[in-house]
Write a protein that binds this ligand. Structure first.
Ligand code: NDP
Length: 305
């Protein structure tokens, strides 16, 4: 049986470092890093993610603000508002919470953010710099996955790393980061053949699919490091029973909240893995910690502090 790789202790270490460095920046320059999170429309999950990010800013001494823009905001108005944030010297990081409402062109909207303030690391210039292995602001969740892998003492160099999922925010940037760290990467998606066979060759397996409990023990090599990025709201008690057996806590969560959070990896995979992140409680805390780190890095580069 492997060990659970909890995100909180790793995230707490990063947050503590950021807090100290933010205080130093304030002393040196009289300024603090500033992050604006933009919510377009009123997606409740996006709202709660942004509130967590705003709270993290407050706790670490950064300036954090959420701006609420209407779902049907006109294209040019949206562009003008982002340009105003780009020009605002107090703001170092701009985060447009995804997904955008129907009708908004995500790639176009992201391209309007100043790459120097692209703390989500998904502007084409940020991704291009990552491809070139140049210093850049890079996506927070993949950075968090790397921190978690490193925290186990596992070296990435020369390892077979399989990533299931090829999104712009998780799978693709992570594949580049691992390549830059000299890992040997296989990136899988919905058209991959013999997914279980490919995954079972991985020394390090990362699941970022958005499919509750899809990855079972047959996908996992004995002694692998398993990172479960998946975070899925499940309302069906039968699915919960199939994954966790009798779990009164999760079932009562469904009764009170209407859903419980579940990863892409079945909990019993811990019996085969050397390390495995829980979900929730694994990758999630790292995503927010790395966003704080990226905002601090953006501040430093912009102000030369
Ligand atoms: P996307 O929906 O953008 O991408 C999912 C990927 O998984 C796609 O590449 C898709 O393939 C692949 N996929 C889906 N089904 C299968 C399958 N049956 N076999 C193989 N591949 C499959 O999701 P995201 O990357 O945005 O998110 C993935 C998960 O991670 C979600 O649960 C999300 O909530 C979570 N997440 C968690 C974060 C955190 O901080 N904890 C942050 C970001 C995401 P194809 O490209 O062919 O469609």
């Amino acid at each position: 049986m492997g060990q659970w790789l909890e995100g909180k202790p790793v995230a707490d270490g990063i947050r503590e470092q950021v807090k100290v460095e933010v205080a130093r920046c304030r002393e040196a320059s009289g300024k603090v890093p500033g992050l604006v999170g933009v919510l377009i429309g009123d997606n409740p999950a996006s709202q709660s993610y942004l509130r967590m990010k705003e709270k993290a800013c407050q706790n670490l001494g950064l300036f954090g603000q959420i701006q609420y823009w209407p779902a049907d905001i006109a294209r040019l108005d949206l562009k003008a508002r982002l340009e105003a944030l780009n020009a605002d010297d107090r703001i170092d990081g701009i985060l447009v919470q995804l997904p955008l409402p129907k009708g908004q062109d995500t790639q176009e909207v992201i391209s309007w953010i100043d790459p120097a303030k692209d703390v989500d690391g998904i502007h084409p210039i940020s991704l291009g710099r990552l491809v070139q292995n140049q210093p850049c602001l890079s996506a927070c969740t993949p950075r968090g996955c790397l921190e978690l892998i490193r925290s186990t003492g596992t070296s990435i160099e020369g390892k077979n790393v399989v990533i299931v999922g090829r999104s712009l925010i998780v799978g693709k940037p992570l594949s580049l980061m691992i390549t830059n760290e000299n890992g040997t990467v296989t990136i899988c998606h919905s058209k991959t053949r013999d997914l279980a066979g490919v995954c079972a060759r991985a020394d390090i397996l990362v699941a970022a699919m958005g499919k509750p409990g899809f990855i079972g023990p047959e996908f996992v090599k004995e002694g692998a490091v398993v990172i479960d990025v998946g975070s899925n709201a499940v309302a069906d008690k039968d699915i919960v029973r199939r994954l966790f057996g009798a779990d009164p806590k999760r079932e009562s969560e469904i009764d009170t909240k209407g859903y419980t959070w579940v990863g892409d990896v079945q909990p019993k995979v811990i019996d085969k893995a050397a390390w495995m992140t829980p979900s929730p409680g694994g990758v999630g805390p790292l995503t927010i910690a790395m966003l704080m780190r990226n905002t601090l890095d953006a501040f430093r580069r912009r102000h030369g502090v």
